[in-house]
Write a protein that binds this ligand. Sequence first.
Ligand code: 13P
Length: 250
Amino acid sequence: MSAPTPLIAGNWKMNGTAESLAQASAVAAAAPAAGVRVALCPPATLLASMSRALAGGQVMIGAQDCHPEPSGAFTGDISAEMLADAGASLVILGHSERRAGHGEDDAAVASKVQAALRAGLEPIICVGETRQEREAGQALAVVTGQVRGSLPAALAGKAFTVAYEPVWAIGTGLTPTLEDIVEVHQAIRATLRDMFGEGGGAPAILYGGSVKPGNAAEILALPEVGGALVGGASLKAEDFLAIVAGSPKA
Ligand code: 13P
């Protein structure tokens, strides 16, 4: 099976107001037209305005979470259908900041993945070990366990992406060694093949955690690294575009 088209996605987290749309437009103006998929995942408040600002262009819009149910009495929550209605085509699910800060376990993430599929959104499902787990030699067991628990069988044949984001590398400036990144990505690929057979070769596996213009090209060139999920460095168009430029093209 041919390698998946790389995806470089910017996760703005809880950052950005209307004036930040200028950064999104600058990304759209310079993003490559082919060979790599580029996405921005702003806070929910900016989904509709960003999708209007970038309409007709190459840059895809993603959300950062969704509720499992399509509608109902869930004050403050947003359904996958609502995200699609606002212009999203992707949704990040199971980010460690949601797993740790909002008590989301693998089963909760899997139910959100089902919701994304129901609404026609492509899920980006995040997994990653804590520092303690890595130091205890448990990184591979934790990550592959999260993949098995967070990815429902309904993903078979659907478009989706897995993002490996070691918790200790997020926002810290720390990254695993290149060998460690490859080892985890290969373990994720083997798990996907075990779960989905031949189809497990199709999804891109992204790396996330302190990806910057200075380290992106060497990480993105690694075997089984199919793109990046970028936090802080995605807030400035110049930095994000430099990371996109470091991606090998499909
Ligand atoms: P940083 O790039 O800021 O380390 O964040 C990574 C991340 O959590 C993306 O989802």
